[in-house]
Design a protein around this ligand. Structure first.
Ligand code: ATP
Length: 582
């Protein structure tokens, strides 16, 4: 396919504010794509040249892109930057300047993808110059509409708002005529997190090829997640009278992929974080006795002198991107391994939890200070749950995870095979809600200083692949937090409501749904204003007295926010909880 054709699709995708139209346009695009290029197209429509977990970044700042545009169209960098400020988007600036040149755009999708990959690959001395020249040469071979979109890719500002589920629906529609294959495609995606790979396999080997996809070391697995229940008795009804219980560590999830000496780490939101945690990487090399492995654990900062777990605020300091070695010494992490998914060339996710746990125990060396196995107790009664829960809380941990002994590992799903019990404050909900910032209200009065005065936040409707509103937050943020939101939202501001946002409320400006906040609220109430879970009577759900607990932008993607069905469950559990307390 000519890149020019893809760019025309970009235009159509950009112009729609309805998700169903996105699917329609995408499925037409996929119908025109060959098996050789479908993978690349899946990355390019999300503004990338590789799956998002690969640390391949084009890595160009605004001034570098402006320089490349200037050189391609005989303008100075400053002239380009001026036009960019006027237009508010670098792509629009490139498009306007490209109009006056006679470039026809005969490059194929593959050639553009290759050129962008080459730019991403430059490193070492003279990188800036090489990147600028290569982008300039690429722009010279593109027509104005292609130039517009290509100029936005290095800056991460190609905002088509296409979610993974939308791509999967469209793949099914394009080849199968309807969306019914989405669950099978999604299953393969959950195992590999690689849309391009799934699409290419589907185009080359059909649905039989998709069904035979297994875990692959180096491709992150979308994590299994826990359900919530209001009481220990309820949990026992689900788990039976024999189940495992482990402390719930309040750190961050780490997936370890080891193949021989090669070790890679992935975060909860599937980013490659290998470079950030050299202590865990070397711990894995020493402590894991197996040739190839995918395992999961929770990393938490730990004081070896006093044997105490440090609070989340301390642990999270390890996620900063600077002074990595120094921080590794100052704040050592312990990785508490809690599940094994792959061992010596075999995907073992279908084995029951108790067998996976035994295998996990058999490959972790005892006495390693960094890699340990999470404590596990096999319990039978509600009273044992509350004893262990209180013990965990008194050690400064977050609560308990209860696990079904005979359950497989269910990638990418929340289910009752795992049940979480978290510390909660009296009168509050039994869990916090992870919301996505959808819009921003400008600050008034004292808040003008921060730019941001309040936020419109939403949750994720996973059935519709949409973000729906659940609350406005105006208080409960510290000055520092307001400043942080201001900084983040500046980069994410968009001119119109994104296609996948459903809202009756109009904030001062919309932002790309990206930043996840963990929110505690007093209560969930029914609301005619918000679109979250709206029923035929026009009533949705809303958070009452919301306040910020922490930013989760480092470890949750927007689609990992709390879902509508979870909020409805939390709403119903409030009553069970209150009745239990009576
Ligand atoms: P939370 O907001 O509570 O961290 P989450 O949405 O990230 O939740 P949940 O399914 O609600 O995910 O809870 C599971 C999380 O708890 C895991 O992602 C993991 O990071 C953490 N965790 C801590 N200890 C354990 C454990 N022993 N077993 C499994 N997960 C654990």
């Amino acid at each position: 396919m000519q890149f020019k054709t893809l760019a025309e699709y970009y235009e159509k995708l950009e112009g729609t504010s309805k998700r169903l139209e996105l699917i329609d346009i995408l499925s037409k695009l996929f119908k025109e794509s060959s098996a050789e290029e479908i993978g690349k197209i899946c990355y390019l429509i999300q503004g990338r040249v590789a799956p998002f977990f690969e640390p391949i970044e084009i890595g160009m700042a605004e001034s570098m892109v402006a320089q490349a545009i200037g050189r391609a169209y005989d303008k100075s960098k400053d002239e380009v930057l001026k036009l960019y400020r006027h237009k508010g988007n670098m792509g629009l600036a490139a498009q306007e300047l490209a109009q006056k040149h006679k470039h026809h755009g005969e490059l194929s999708v593959g050639e553009v993808s290759e050129a962008l990959l080459k730019i991403a690959g430059f490193s070492g001395e003279g990188t800036v110059g090489k990147k600028v020249s290569a982008l300039c040469e690429l722009l010279k071979k593109l027509d104005p509409i292609s130039a517009k979109h290509v100029a936005n890719i290095p800056l991460g500002t190609l905002r088509l708002g296409i979610g993974d589920a939308t791509v999967l629906d469209s793949l099914s529609l394009s080849k199968h005529g309807d969306k019914s294959l989405r669950p099978i495609l999604e299953d393969a995606y959950n195992k590999t997190s690689d849309l391009g790979f799934v699409a290419e396999t589907y185009f080359k080997k059909g649905i039989a090829g998709i069904k035979s996809i297994e875990l692959i070391v180096g491709k992150p697995v979308r994590p299994a997640l826990a359900e919530r229940l209001p009481s220990a008795d309820e949990a026992i009804k689900r788990l039976g009278n024999e189940f495992a219980a482990e402390p719930k560590f309040d750190g961050f999830r780490v997936a370890v992929h080891k193949n021989g000496e090669k070790v890679e780490l992935f975060s909860r939101n599937l980013e490659n974080t290998t470079h950030a945690f050299p202590d865990i990487v070397s711990g894995v090399r020493k402590a894991i006795n197996a040739k190839s492995v995918i395992l999961e654990g929770e990393a938490i900062a730990y004081n070896p002198d006093t044997s105490e777990f440090l609070p989340f605020q301390e642990t999270t300091k390890r996620r900063r991107k600077y002074k990595i070695e120094e921080m590794a010494k100052k704040l050592p992490l312990v990785l508490f391994a809690f599940d094994l998914l792959y061992l010596n060339g075999r995907d073992i996710t279908q084995k029951p939890y108790k067998e996976r746990r035994k295998l996990l125990e058999s490959i972790i060396a005892r006495e390693n200070p960094t890699i340990r196995i999470s404590e596990e107790r096999v319990l039978h009664k509600a009273s044992e749950i509350s004893d262990f829960f209180n013990e965990a809380i008194s050690e400064g941990l977050e609560g308990l995870m209860l696990k079904k002994l005979d359950s497989p590992y269910i990638a990418g799903g929340r289910g009752f095979h795992w049940i979480k019990f978290k510390r909660s404050q009296a009168g509050q909900l039994t869990d916090s809600v992870d919301c996505v910032i959808l819009g921003v209200y400008r600050g008034k009065g004292k808040r003008t200083e921060f730019g941001v005065g309040g936020l419109l936040v939403g949750i994720y409707d996973d059935k519709k692949d949409e973000f729906v509103t659940v609350s406005r937050i105006g208080t409960g943020l510290t000055d520092e937090e307001f400043r942080k939101v201001d900084e983040l939202s500046k980069h994410l501001k968009i001119a119109h409501k994104p296609a996948r946002v459903s809202s009756d409320i109009e904030p001062s400006f919309w932002v790309e749904p990206k930043v996840v906040l963990e929110i505690y609220a007093d209560e969930i109430t029914r609301s005619p204003i918000h679109t979250a879970g709206r029923d035929k009577d026009g009533l949705g759900y809303a958070l009452r007295f919301p306040r910020l607990v922490k930013f989760r932008e480092a470890d949750k993607r927007a689609e990992d926010a709390t879902t509508v069905s979870e909020v409805i469950k939390l709403y119903n559990q409030q009553f069970a909880h209150r009745n239990n307390k009576k």
